[in-house]
Design a protein around this ligand. Structure first.
Ligand code: SF4
Length: 87
């Protein structure tokens, strides 16, 4: 059952306070945080949990490296340009 670890808590290096596993499961656009393996590996078999509950496609999306901020900005500007020229 995917909710079985939801009430476990840990100190989150990103939030700077305590969070529960449920938070970590949804942190990344409703998918698990990409740091979930490092954070939870001492508390449970996190690799097995991910394999059991997420597809290969979802796992790829979870662990895709974040775009550098400047690339995200360029993408946003290009998207805005495309949408602006579509009118
Ligand atoms: S997995 Fe992500 S959200 Fe959860 S404790 Fe680690 S850094 Fe924080």
């Amino acid at each position: 059952m995917i909710e079985e670890h939801d009430d476990k808590t840990i100190r989150c290096p990103r939030v700077g306070g305590e969070v529960n596993f449920r938070f970590c499961r949804f942190e990344n656009n409703m998918l698990p945080c990409r740091l979930i393996v490092g954070c939870w590996q001492m508390q449970m078999d996190i690799s097995k949990f991910l394999e059991d509950h997420y597809s290969k496609e979802e796992l790829k999306r979870i662990f895709v490296p974040p775009k550098p901020k400047i690339q995200s900005l360029v993408d946003l500007i290009e998207k805005a340009k495309r949408e602006g020229s579509a009118e």
